[in-house]
Write a protein that binds this ligand. Sequence first.
Ligand code: 5RP
Length: 227
Amino acid sequence: MSEQDDFKRAAAEKALELVRDGMLLGLGSGSTVRYFTEGLGLLVADGMKVRGVPTSRATAEIAAANGIAVVEEIVGQIDLAVDGADEVDASLSLIKGRGGALFREKLVAAASKRFVIVVDESKVVERLGAGVLPVEVLPFLWRTTAERLAGLCSGLKVRGGEEEPYVTDNGNLVLDLSFEDGIADAPALGSSLKAVTGVVEHGLFIAMTDECIVGGPNGSRVLSRPI
Ligand code: 5RP
């Protein structure tokens, strides 16, 4: 296991301390939160009773393989959702979706009383947008959506390429937007993206995260959202 994997695991193990018997949990997607889901499986094997709302088909399979009861329809709120991120800034705004699950991830985050992010320290940035920002779009007339989005970024590519584009669990495409100088105003960009016809959802998560657990060489540290 690489050092980065150790950091991911340290963050995920810290998040497991927040789980209580009877909770309805949001289960994020990606390699970091996978450690959380697998650890949760061990708690379930020891007798803990929880249910999980998965944010992707891949996570649903991992959860089921680890003995966690999976639900996809809920009434009320999720007690705690734990997910990974691609970039996190000091205000705990995020870029998510490089694993392609951003729409369900945002639905689960929005339905949760507490949204906790687990990352290794390489994900903590001063300004969002050094890497790409994923945007999920409807396949129908997607090139016209891409043209509308082009004015909001420095460049964009359809994930997987035009020949065989990547298709999300929701049957949509992902456009990866790039920003030469990063993202200057993430909330404003989020609003602009949301207003583009054809956009299903974007990977900016603004003012949604309650805590971010960062795994690093000294174990884990918790960043809380500034008030
Ligand atoms: C998937 C995501 C992931 O949570 C994000 O890409 C982080 O993944 P990893 O923990 O593998 O780095 O947003 O849509």
